[in-house]
Unconditional design. Sequence first.
Length: 709
Amino acid sequence: MTATAIPTTTPDLGYLWARLGAVEWRVRQAVAARAASDPTLDDPHRGLYLTAESVRRVLDERREPLAPADADPELDVLAATVPEPGPRLLTLARRFDLEPVDVEFLLVAMAPDVDARFERLYGYLNDDVTRRRATVGLAMELCGLPAAGAGRFRFAASAPLVRGGLLEVRDSELPTLSRALRVPDRVVAHLLGDDEPDPAIGDAARLVPAGGVASPLARRTGNPSGSAGGSTCPTTPESPLARRIGDAMHAGIRAVHLRDTDGDAARVAVEALATAGRDALVLDVPAVADQAHPPLAAAVREARLRGAGLVFGPLEPLLPDKVRLIRDLTALAGDVPLLFHSRRHWDPQWTAHPVVSVPVPALSADRRAERWAHALADATGAAADPVMVGDLAGYRLGTDEVDRAVSVAARLAVLEDRPVGLAHVRAGVRAQNGAGLEQLARRITPAVDWDDLVLPEPTRRQLDELVMRARHRERVLGEWRMRPGGGRGRGVVALFAGESGTGKTMSAEVVAGAVGMDLYVVDLSSVVDKYIGETEKNLERIFTEAAGVHGVLLFDEADAVFGKRSEVKDSHDKHANMESAYLLQRMESFDGIAVLTTNLRSNVDEAFTRRIDVIADFPVPDATQRLALWDRCLGSRLPRADDLDLAFCAERFELAGGSIRACVVTAAYLAAAADRPLRMADVMSAVHQEYRKLGRLVLPGEFGSWLDH
């Protein structure tokens, strides 16, 4: 092969062919030297057997190492014609810390992958037609190195060629000099100008170029809204933290951990690499963790081939069982910039390599709104509604989560044949919630609104205040720092106090719907444990999982865990007080929205009350409210008989909303069984049953003449 054997379309390829031409010159010299002393050259079975004459010739042979080809002065000229950063071969040598002899070994090994003639030539030189790749011994011979010299150690597992994944040394059962060499397909493709990512990585990684990236929404949804696709997504201004990390990388820092607050660490990591002039190879941690043989080495090689950095996170799916992946990746990365991110603090035990950990400050409400506006504009092709953007700014979502939420919203809008609205985007946000918390709490998608509530005006005002705090907590508690220091979170905690059935749970569902979140009802029976320390562990799991979802936590009948502390008389009292102390500290640092319900407000410890933002009392409804409850619970679809007297029911029976609903459902079953409209007699029978359930006396004065029915 010569430098012109394969058409050269770029100066880079021209340089590569010239270097391979030098390899061919050495091969020709080796073949000529071998043929001069080998009488079996024309034997068609050569390489398949050994004759006695061949053995004697091997014993008498004193072959001198082949001298390497003189450096071609034209190579420097060719290299100078390649635009920055220069020929890929030389750039690869710099990035993988290769010596000149390593580059020659690499060229010798890859020659059969670009020119099939080398297979036959290597088979001849190996004296074995079945061994059509260069061996360690042949590579050293072609590069003019003695077989017993130090060059053989360039093929050890710790040598740059092998450690970097540029060269595979096969046939480990054979002697060292007889082991075959193979260059992975991805490395050959890279040197030939192909920039497609390594198939071994698959869906476990995505590349974000330093110069910007096409809109994730347009790429993933196929532009369902009908707007012009393929546009470049406007990005938020580069953060100061990203600039500082980029400067630190220039100074030699290679491993950084970003402690996340609201899902923005991945964006900061990508920005930091862009500041340092590097692409970002973002690894999908769950996809990597699920594989039996995670492609960490392939990912590191891909990053080094491109001069990119690695972004690995969030780390939570790896803890604690698969923390070894963090250790392995750090060891493999070497001088490749590596940025981890997680909501947890960095544990030095995760890896022996030094890692700098820095917190990522939360975005301001204005920056959040700007991010939503960009994503919505890209999805719809029009400017986003400022009112809708203002509502969405309260969600603590990272860049990718915003893109995915808007993507889901766009699809929902297409299904309904309507423009993208606030309800669609909120559904998209809820779709980002993982299933981890559902194993600890019951998830409720809000299906009721303010019109379904029948509450006194003071209670309604308290609910309005709770919604107001939930919507604006990022600005007040975050941006304006109205709750600074002491590890205090940005959570909003409310207490709903009132008798059973007065609407506490339903009100929590309405509040969750008003802020566009799901409601998670914590089952305290699965939380409280008789064994010391287990209750705290269960609660910690709930709070940890809640940090990763966009939902409202409801602790129903919260007296069980938020009750008053008592004087310590025995170990049980001490343990109960320790539980309360833990909860006090945990609620202080909580970042979400939580609602506690209790039947008796005085049962809740005063220390908890001080940390509660909103307290709403739910009294038993009066006659006017009961009449509204009877009417709303019956609804408009259930047929009513003419004798139905709801005013009588509201006046005579002092029932809470939950009991009224139970009576209506029972009466509806009676009417359905008789296949007729709902009668007053059905309602009276249902009330009678409800009284018996509640253990209340049935007084003739309450039921009047209906008692005889």
